[in-house]
Design a protein around this ligand. Structure first.
Ligand code: NAP
Length: 303
């Protein structure tokens, strides 16, 4: 039976005096965010373009706003998590007059440029604005590995920090509203590169009959120990623009990459990933930097 939207008066659980929250957008992530607020005993008003998705949350105690206007005016703190900024603008269009004095925490993914532009739009309407990025999938919301990045108004972060802690560890990246989105895309790039590197390794050992399950503990030990150590050490080199190759030179790395390329080709694998890495190293060596560390590649990437 279709869910019939109705605005239910917000009932604050006994003993709960925390800020009530409105959640706009009840996709996979918005539903997890609203669920975490309910689990924490926070009075929560929810709205979604497709109203039926509110049903399970209402059954858990959420108030349902039949319109975006009702949702926006229900509480001072509004958390938005819709598909993209175009969707967010569509949700808020025509409701500008109701926004002044409220604070929007926007957990919708976007570019740094979109975040900065939206912060300007919010300021023009008297709306406090924090941009955010969720660095976990919905099942992890509220769990120990949940990290959420925030940037924007200092007052908004300090005022609502407790509420945001319900979703996961809130990391304040400063006052540039684009910072959370900038870190988000940088960290996603890191994640995809790492996952593809691991999958390439799994395919390589898999071709010789080793299971991914057997390979992975060794891979995780390598990542968490040595690779994390390289990253920490090379950060200072990148910032200094000086890349002493006193641990391993690019010439040494390039020789080892030849072995990886050979092993992949011998097993009929797609070697595009190691070929890309070898190409970057070749360009640095051709420019005369063969004795430098791997961190020198940051300048190849920035060319
Ligand atoms: N899922 C993840 O693991 C994850 C992790 C980090 C960040 N995020 C970010 O979180 C945001 C939501 O992701 P999700 O996984 O929840 O996606 P989703 O399950 O596809 O939900 C999308 C949400 O956006 C709404 N929406 C889309 N177009 C709209 C429009 N024109 N007007 C109003 N509402 C609109 C949908 O409403 P309907 O229900 O009516 O379609 C739904 O509530 C995205 O920006 C995503 O990048 C997701």
């Amino acid at each position: 039976m279709p869910y019939t939207p109705a605005l239910v008066p917000v009932a604050v659980p006994a003993g709960a005096c925390a800020d009530p929250v409105t959640v706009l957008g009840l996709g996979a992530m918005g539903t997890a965010l609203a669920g975490a607020l309910l689990d924490a005993g926070r009075a929560t008003t929810v709205w979604n373009r497709t109203p039926a998705k509110a049903g399970p949350l209402v059954a858990r105690g959420a108030a349902h706003a039949a319109t975006a206007e009702e949702a926006v005016t229900a509480n001072e703190l509004i958390v938005a998590c819709v598909l993209d900024y175009a969707a967010l603008r569509a949700v808020l269009a025509g409701r500008e007059g109701a926004l002044a004095g409220r604070t929007l925490v926007n957990l919708t993914s976007g570019s740094p440029e979109e975040a900065r532009e939206f912060a300007g739009w919010a300021a023009a309407h008297g709306l406090g604005y924090l941009d955010g990025a969720v660095m976990i999938t919905p099942p992890g919301i509220g769990g120990p590995d949940a990290m959420l990045l925030y940037s924007g108004e200092a007052g908004a972060f300090a005022r609502y920090r407790d509420a945001l802690t319900v979703f996961g560890d809130p990391v304040d990246l400063g006052r540039d509203p684009g910072a959370a989105s900038l870190y988000d895309v940088a960290l996603l790039g890191l994640m995809w590169s790492s996952l593809s590197g691991w999958l390439h390794g799994a395919a390589l050992v898999g071709a010789d009959g080793v299971t991914a399950t057997d390979f992975t503990p060794v891979a995780n030990r390598w990542l968490a120990g040595a690779v994390t150590g390289f990253v920490s050490r090379y950060a200072a080199q990148v910032d200094a623009g000086s890349y002493p190759g006193d641990d391993a030179s690019l010439d040494v790395h390039r020789a080892a990459m030849a072995h990886l390329l050979h092993a992949g080709r011998a097993r009929g694998l797609d070697t595009a990933l190691p070929a890309l890495l070898a190409d970057q190293v070749d360009r640095a060596i051709a420019a005369g930097h063969g004795a430098d560390s791997y961190a020198r590649l940051v300048e190849v990437i920035g060319e």
